[in-house]
Design a protein around this ligand. Structure first.
Ligand code: SF4
Ligand code: SF4
Length: 376
């Protein structure tokens, strides 16, 4: 019996709505389930072993459990040119992108995941232009060259209520759209009802440590066949840098509404200290991730790249660079221009968050919760 006819027999589901990418993933994972050589490397292989038969929902779930470290590709005796043609990291990467589009809310936004890099770049340019024009037309062209580090200086360029309404609205939209997409993924992959505190705790610990980015202990593989932990380290800088920036924004909200003190804040205030540390993390992390991406073996990448990864990393980098530049140059005539550019970039970042690489963290978290539950 050929492997194709075996799969046809075992997976009648393949002919009922399973996509080509899901079908190819199921083919490869079925070989892995028989081989089991990689069972100790990451969470994907033990999760496969818990199943006798895999279906398309399992394939989506497993794709988000894969952290693309590449270790299984380098360990595998069945990679091309072997006739089994196994390349788990590449097919998982391709399936993840497809899975984000399949579960997105609202569903008509699914095409955003195709040629994602280009679309995010265009939207960012549009958002920056709108903020620049808004400052010129709604306030006064001279505000673009205004300087000011004294309290309330930012709000001469854009009234605080307008800023709070715009950014509060887009942030809320990003949270709701992301939550509804993750809910769709959670239900579609058969995880409904499987939420308990122990699984939540274990998954949170794995996320906080980025445990499965360690390639089974050696680190992620480079194109010169050497493993390294740099991808994990730079992910840490990026994640914690982002969280520190969020903490800084929350601090600024408290300063404004509770203590009645308006931005910009002094260099030694908690808001600026948290924002500066977060901004530095969001420069070191994304620059390192871009470098690690360049060093990655092209065999491990999805065969169809939408530019999603690079677009998201560049957006984070732009946010931190413009934010730090605004903080450092706020007392100069560059303040107005930098404020408009920074606000445009942050607005585009929030607006495109549910439709880009940002969602991968939440999909992985949901998959890890399910995995922790299955392990019990
Ligand atoms: S990746 Fe290759 S070596 Fe690893 S379990 Fe799958 S088939 Fe076996
Ligand atoms: S690429 Fe890494 S995380 Fe993904 S399945 Fe292979 S070993 Fe696991």
């Amino acid at each position: 019996m050929t492997i194709e006819s075996y799969i046809e027999q075992k997976f009648p589901d393949l002919s009922h709505g399973t996509t080509e990418v899901q079908g190819e993933a199921l083919r490869q994972l079925t070989v892995c389930n028989a081989c089991r050589y990689c069972e100790g490397i990451c969470a994907v292989f033990p999760a496969i072993q818990l199943r006798r038969l895999l279906d398309s929902a399992d394939a989506d779930y497993l794709s988000s459990l894969c952290h693309s470290c590449g270790a299984c590709y380098y360990d595998c005796q069945y990679v091309p040119p072997h006739e089994f043609s196994i390349n788990v990291p590449a097919i998982m990467a391709q399936l993840r992108e497809e899975s984000y589009a399949r579960h997105v809310w609202p569903s008509f936004m699914a095409p955003m995941f195709r040629r994602n890099g280009l679309k995010i770049a265009l939207l960012t340019a549009l958002a920056v232009s709108i903020f620049l024009l808004g400052f010129i037309l709604m306030v006064d062209p001279s505000v673009l060259f205004a300087s000011g580090s004294e309290e309330g200086a930012f709000y001469r360029a854009m009234p605080h209520n307008v800023m709070a309404l715009l950014f509060g609205g887009v942030f809320l939209f990003a949270i709701v759209a992301t939550a509804l997409s993750i809910r769709a993924f959670w239900l579609a992959t058969g995880s409904g009802g499987k939420l308990d505190w122990l699984s939540l705790w274990r998954a949170s610990k794995d996320v906080a440590q980025l445990r499965y980015l360690d390639g089974g202990g050696m680190g992620c593989m480079h194109k010169d066949d050497t493993p390294s932990n740099e991808r994990r380290v730079y992910h840490h800088f990026t994640v914690y840098g982002f969280l520190l920036c969020l903490a800084s924004t929350s601090c600024a909200t408290i300063m404004h509404y509770v203590f009645g003190i308006e931005a910009p804040y002094p260099f030694l205030s908690p808001t600026v200290i948290l924002g500066t540390l977060g901004g530095i993390g969001l420069i070191i992390g994304p620059v390192g991730l871009l470098r690690a991406k360049r060093e990655k073996d092209s065999a491990l990448k999805a065969s169809t790249s939408s530019g999603m990864d690079v677009a998201f990393i560049v957006m984070l980098l732009l946010t931190s660079v413009t934010g730090l530049a605004l903080m450092l140059l706020r007392a100069t005539p560059a303040m107005g221009l930098l404020l408009a550019v920074h606000l445009g970039v942050v607005f585009a970042l929030f607006l495109t968050m549910p439709y880009g690489k940002f969602v991968h963290g939440f999909y992985r978290y949901a998959a890890l919760i399910r995995y922790a539950h299955e392990r019990q």
